[in-house]
Design a protein around this ligand. Structure first.
Ligand code: FES
Length: 215
């Protein structure tokens, strides 16, 4: 069954809450279909940590360029993408920037320490809350530039099948789509080159996800 088939939309006036529920149900299907972006999560939070919604530690040492993993933090899906050099170069292409709604991340959808050209603390790794800022579906990664199923000038990014919102590989929203904001970046930091902690700020920072414009 396709993702869209599972996302049976309410007949009238779907609320954001409806879509968050549907998105949660469809999450496994989205991951299962992303065969070229393998799920390689190495994450072993304790039962106590999961119950408390505390930070989770993810070992990214085996995540190759071009691969993405999906984890859950506080019940929310989180994408962790290892961007290729080509993908990083694309993020600074003026032609792409001209198509984005908030290319400089002016709206508070990320911590200050991730308000930069790549929206991350390590350019190669992108950490995003995978909840569309329109009505809460889970976007699918569509990394291939020129993917004609989206548009001929597609630079690679995330596509939300619910109403067609598009984001680049930094989670920045395109102009002219229903989603109003960039995808949120959660608090996170690294304890080593590839040991990522999701849900906890670097020392001296106090960003809270509750301070963003739209989850
Ligand atoms: Fe409507 Fe993503 S939920 S475009």
């Amino acid at each position: 069954m396709s993702t869209q088939a599972q996302l049976r939309l309410p007949a009238q006036s779907p609320s954001r809450r409806d879509f968050l529920f549907l998105a949660t149900g469809a999450f496994g299907a989205v991951g299962a279909g992303a065969a070229v972006w393998p799920l390689l999560a190495s994450m072993k939070p304790s039962a106590e940590v999961k119950a408390a919604g505390g930070p989770i530690t993810v070992d990214l040492s085996h995540l190759q360029p071009g691969q993405q993993i999906s984890v859950f933090w506080q019940g929310k899906p989180v994408f962790i993408l290892h961007r290729t050099g080509q993908a990083l170069a694309e993020l600074r292409d003026p032609k792409l920037l001209a198509r984005l709604g908030d290319p400089d991340s002016a709206m508070v959808q990320q911590p200050d320490y991730a308000r930069n050209w790549c929206r991350s603390t390590k350019p190669e790794f992108m950490v995003l809350i995978a909840i569309c800022t329109h009505l809460g579906c889970i976007p699918a990664i569509r990394p291939d530039p020129g993917d004609s199923s989206i548009d001929a000038s597609w630079p690679g990014g995330y596509f939300c099948p619910c109403h067609g919102s598009k984001y680049d590989l930094a989670g920045r929203v395109f102009r002219g789509v229903p989603a109003p904001y960039n995808l949120p970046v959660p608090p996170h930091h690294y304890t080593g080159d590839t040991m990522l902690v999701v849900g906890e700020n670097p020392a001296g920072e106090n960003f809270s996800l509750s301070s963003i414009e739209q989850l």
